[in-house]
Design a binder for this molecule. Structure first.
Ligand code: NBP
Length: 477
């Protein structure tokens, strides 16, 4: 037994992760259900480091130093359970099984409980950064017991991305499903970020009348400022790309039906259960769904809309500057909502998640990496009990300075008939939080009227019910 770590499941993610460990000086045992893939990996990349190719599960487990550390990198869901069922009988108390797939955190909680009964540590790890991240340094979000992190953390810190200040983009997130929960919310925020960028593009195209090439230039410029992020950077690349076959902008030849694998949906479903308003993320998930209903869209194409001419010259450029403000303000809102969800999950499941540490490990390697995350980390480090990001003075000032332009952009979108569900929902959230009084008071009155659901008063303690179908006097409930 010579390998410090093992990887089973050698599709693109598992292979690249195994190579990343090997390139960092670890001896890596590799295994795959279909053994040909194991052989192919070692043949092609064996020169990169020390690999131990294992054909059978038993050989794989025997190759690992104790306590064993084995990473499962197979398709999420039933395949992960199948692999655990296969390996668990071969393991001993103290061994650490790491699931690096995109598992639902509830599955991770169940698996952790089941393996804990046998003395085996189960670590659900969220990994972001795609194929390239897995190879060159991903952002890694490990859950599981603190002891398991002692055994695993230093190795993860070696292979993880490093933030600009050199800090590894990984740290122990919290027990059992905490890592996969945080990865789920990461993906939800990713959906919101992508949708906001898409809406900004749509507005620049239709309202400002910019070409895709011009919009690419605009995004490049924004990427040098406070919006500096991986997603803005790649957006510029995609928009500047020209289709070789037709000579048209690439974005104009791609079918406009967005697909999804489900982590955005999980984020929203979980937020619903926790009662956390993640309206920006929800609108992003729904926007993809709307785009995919081709029949409904075709049947609706004749519906009436406003007639609007694109802006020109300086007016167009002035509008583009406002879109930057709207995008930044909406982005603050989606991170505010995402961090709220992590806080709520942490409270619900007793995870004790450090929100500043989460912002820190998203600074490199992952899809939502952005300069902005340094500021979020600083806000939570300064005040760990911050009720929300908008309660941070710095963010409050910035969003306050952006709000006039933000409203102007949403108003222009409405007037021009451009759908901006995420911009508009983010602004509505901001205004709802700001409001002195919300119409929720009326909602409570209605609920009491038809269902005797009772209400509380602003001036006295207790629950009350008005006898709506009687003499309308008020009773203490
Ligand atoms: P896939 O999700 O495509 O899974 C393929 C791997 O699962 C192969 O090694 C396959 O073995 C193995 N497998 C399956 Br399918 N069923 C199995 C079973 N019953 N028993 C044993 N092995 C089984 O691979 P991936 O795209 O590399 O992703 C791996 C994980 O990482 C997934 O959970 C994914 O969601 C997650 N993830 C992916 C990305 C990304 O950018 N792709 C990013 C972050 C996380 P075989 O070779 O014998 O068929």
């Amino acid at each position: 037994s010579t390998a410090q770590i093992g990887v089973t499941g050698l599709a693109v993610m598992g292979s690249n992760l195994a190579r990343n460990f090997a390139r960092n000086g670890f001896t890596v045992a590799v295994h795959n259900r279909t053994a040909a893939k194991t052989r192919a990996l070692v043949e092609e990349f064996g020169h990169e480091g020390d690999f131990v190719a294992a054909e059978s599960a038993k050989e794989f487990v025997d190759a690992l130093e104790r306590p064993r550390r084995l990473i499962v990198m197979v398709k999420a869901g039933e395949p992960t359970d199948a692999v655990i069922r296969e390996f668990a009988p071969l393991l001993e108390p103290g061994d650490v099984v790491i699931d690096g797939g995109n598992a639902h955190f509830e599955d991770t909680r169940r698996r952790e409980r089941e393996l804990r009964e046998r003395g085996i540590h189960f670590v659900g790890v969220g990994i972001s950064g795609g194929e390239e991240g897995a190879l060159l340094g991903p952002s890694i979000m490990p859950g599981g017991s603190p002891e398991s992190y002692d055994a695993l953390g230093p190795m993860l810190e070696r292979i993880a991305a490093k933030a600009a200040d050199g800090t590894p983009c990984t740290s122990h997130v919290g027990p059992d499903g905490a890592g996969h929960f945080v990865k789920m919310v990461h993906n939800g925020i990713e959906y919101a970020d992508m949708q906001l960028i898409a809406e900004a593009y749509h507005l620049l195209r239709e309202v400002a009348g910019y070409s895709p090439a011009r919009i690419a230039e605009t995004f490049r410029e924004w990427n040098r400022g406070r919006l500096d992020s991986y997603l803005i950077e790649i957006t510029a690349e995609v928009l500047a790309h020209v289709d070789a076959a037709t000579g048209k902008p690439f974005v104009d030849v791609v079918a406009d039906a967005a697909e999804q694998k489900g982590t955005g949906r999980w984020t929203v479903q979980t937020a619903m259960d926790l009662g956390v308003p993640v309206s920006g993320i929800a609108e992003a998930v729904f926007a993809r769904a709307v785009s995919g209903h081709a029949g409904l869209r075709a049947a609706s194409r004749g519906l009436a809309g406003p007639s609007a001419q694109p802006l020109e010259g300086e007016a167009a450029d002035a509008f583009a500057a406002k879109v930057e403000q709207a995008l930044y303000a909406s982005k603050i809102v989606s991170y505010t909502q995402g961090f709220h969800q992590i806080r709520a999950g942490s409270e619900e499941y007793g995870w004790g998640i450090d929100l500043g540490a989460v912002a820190s490990l998203w600074r490199g390697g992952c899809i939502i990496r952005a300069a902005f995350l340094d500021r979020i980390r600083a806000a939570y480090d300064a005040r760990p009990d911050l009720p929300g990001l908008l309660a941070d003075t710095g963010f409050a000032q910035e969003i306050g300075a952006a709000q006039d332009d933000w409203r102007a952009v949403v108003a222009a979108a409405v007037a021009g008939g451009i759908p901006v569900p995420a911009f508009a929902a983010s602004l509505a959230y901001y205004d709802a939080l700001r409001a002195e009084r919300l119409p929720a008071a009326l909602t409570q009155g209605q609920r009491d009227f038809f269902g005797a659901h009772t209400y509380r008063r602003t001036d006295r303690e207790g629950s009350f019910h008005t006898l709506w179908s009687g003499d309308r006097t008020e009773a203490t409930a």
